[in-house]
Design a protein around this ligand. Structure first.
Ligand code: SF4
Length: 236
């Protein structure tokens, strides 16, 4: 049985990254957004297509170019109405910005870069609605460029099917095991792995259909071994 934290977990991740690079090419995600902007973008992005959440984010900052005004706004739900669960996300967004306004009235979160990843994750995760995916993306995808792996629904599904984590693992467990497997990886390495795995999840290892025959990582995939070589695996 595959063991987490073993030396070959590192080799698994390197192999997986290299196979995905060969299929999709190298990925160099841009990290140009300030941490507060990335936090807001991530808070409204869950289970929503990238173009939809980006459009909603742009509407937010067009209407409220000052974060303090956004924190006090009453129409956040209307502005992000096309993302999934807009009521819940608008509620969390308003509460999170209000909490930041108390502790950091200038909404400048660059101080997180001096805390180190564990403490920075902890600071962010005390905000309403902020879990490990949002906190990690705030650190990794923003100008902070800190080494924190972003586990979204695509990445979690692939890690479970692949057998790198248990089939019922949650985001935090997947984060912990991946980070433990690649301790020397830079922020850029982790951002690239995220982009490559997400691409696989959007095109081949989809929630409703896994096209294992064309999958570049099928050779080591636990799901394929468990089902003794079918072309598809159950949705999930
Ligand atoms: S072999 Fe199939 S289940 Fe495994 S990662 Fe690839 S598409 Fe997903």
């Amino acid at each position: 049985m595959q063991m987490a934290f073993s030396f070959w977990a590192t080799e698994d991740m390197e192999w997986l990254r290299d196979r995905l690079r060969r299929r999709f090419g190298r990925a160099e995600p841009s990290c140009a957004r300030a941490p507060i902007g990335q936090l807001v973008k991530s808070l409204i992005s869950g289970r929503t297509r990238d173009e939809v959440s980006l459009g909603a984010y742009r509407r937010l900052i067009d209407v409220y170019p000052r974060w303090s005004d956004m924190a006090a706004a009453a129409d956040l739900e209307r502005l992000i109405g096309d993302v999934t669960f807009p009521d819940v996300k608008a509620h969390h967004l308003g509460k999170a910005l209000a909490a930041i306004a108390i502790h950091r009235p200038d909404f400048d979160l660059t101080f997180l870069g001096n805390l180190g990843v564990p403490r920075a994750l902890g600071w962010l995760e005390r905000l309403p609605g902020v879990g490990r995916k949002v906190s990690a993306s705030t650190l990794n995808f923003s100008t902070l460029r800190m080494p924190a792996f972003v586990v979204d629904t695509h990445i979690l599904r692939i890690l479970c099917r692949f057998g790198f984590v248990r089939s019922n693992a949650d985001t935090r467990t997947a984060y912990d095991l991946t980070m433990a497997a690649v301790p020397g990886w830079s922020a850029g390495d982790l951002a690239e792995l995220h982009v490559l795995m997400k691409r696989l999840g959007q095109t081949i290892c989809r929630a409703d259909h896994a096209d294992c025959r064309s999958c570049p990582i099928s050779r080591r995939c636990r799901a394929l071994a468990d089902f003794r070589g079918p072309a598809t695996v159950p949705a999930g």
